[in-house]
Design a protein around this ligand. Sequence first.
Ligand code: SF4
Ligand SMILES: [Zn+2]
Ligand SMILES: [Zn+2]
Length: 463
Amino acid sequence: MIIDTHAHVDMDAYDGDRAEVIQRARDNGVEYILNIGCDIDSSLRSMELAERYDFIYATAGVHPHDVKNIDNNTYDHLRGLLTHPKMIALGEIGLDFYKNYSPRDLQKEHFRKQAELACELNKPIIVHSRDANEEIVDILSDYYPKNPSARSGIFHCFSGNQELANRALEMGFYISFSGSVTFKKSDDLRTVAKMVPADRLFVETDCPFLAPVPRRGKRNEPAYVGHTAQLIADVRGLKIDDVQRTTTLNFFELFGIGKDVETGTVSYKIRNSLYLNLTTRCTADCSFCTRLTRPVVQGYNLQLDREPTADEVWASIDDCTKYDEIVFCGYGEPTLRLDVIKEVSKKIKAAGGKVRLNTNGHGNVINKRNILPELKGLIDSVSISLNADTAEAYDEIVRPLPGLRDGIYEKVKDFIEESKKYIPNVQATVVTHQDGVDESKCEDISKNDFDVDYRERRYNIVG
Ligand code: SF4
Ligand SMILES: [Zn+2]
Ligand SMILES: [Zn+2]
């Protein structure tokens, strides 16, 4: 199931076959359509669609192209429309300095006014931004603070650069990609699509415009949103299921529509790997980690009401050989449950599976002994979070529990060195974009001091 978060099915492009287009969307697994208003008339038509179809929701707003037609009654109309329970956002609003169909000053004035209205009504906004990166941020930053507690809305049909994406994310916005991300010349956009955190990502059609490859040039429709989702999955090294799951959860989190994910996930599939969630306890409190606030990865909620037993973990694995690897991971430190790792790995290996352990490298400190000889033959690869090039930076970022702090960075390095003796593949990892960390030095330490693989990952990209 997938969601088209930006469609204009009310437009006259569909006058001949609207019902068929909507049915085709359903037939192609589109779970919800958010139909977007561009002026009062189209907002009304969007509302009518939302009333007719239970899986269509709608928005009301005045597009920057159309602000020149705003009159004395427009804002009263908008307020009225937005009281409807299925009118879930204000938009699309913004700036379009590419087409300039309305004067720029007027665009700015009404972007501000509509943003103010959205804040007053407590509605997310749908932002249209074209060739106006600086001005958009300039205006939005007056209404949306950095790191807000609530999510602000969606930058739709994103076409900006990484800097604009970063600013939007800081202000609590989601980034939505349309079919334009599938176009041949969109390499820069694909680079941005790779970096947007999973919990801030959407896909859309913006139909009838911008049909994705392989439908490019044709009239677009919600049924084609899967092509864009597939492209996003490809650039992020994921499966389309992963993108569908995360964007569906994002829709729920932003608008409260659909359903929340269940807690208590013991095993979860991402790409061709199966991940095992043993615990949410940890001996660190990494500054970037959402273990305590939002333990969700790729649309799976890893919060546990209680820790699973070894038997329960084993029972959650359907087939050891069908996965590239089976990974002890989760939002917590697996070596806190060393016995379970050993018992389950043994069974996975006997059943022909491959095992990886993702760890913060505190295993020997936690278990007060060198645990690595015990893992020999049970674990095929281990990924150890190095995360810093100095002990000071490590303490700042990883924030080990107080009783553990003494010399912990050196102990993690010792764990990497010791792992090489017992585990065939050892990898040191770094979560990128952390203050005070020289990533090239981390790479140097991993490759030259330890002669192990090195991997950088941006938090919340592939989990
Ligand atoms: S080690 Fe992992 S689970 Fe623990 S706080 Fe850091 S990122 Fe979160
Ligand atoms: Zn738009
Ligand atoms: Zn639009």
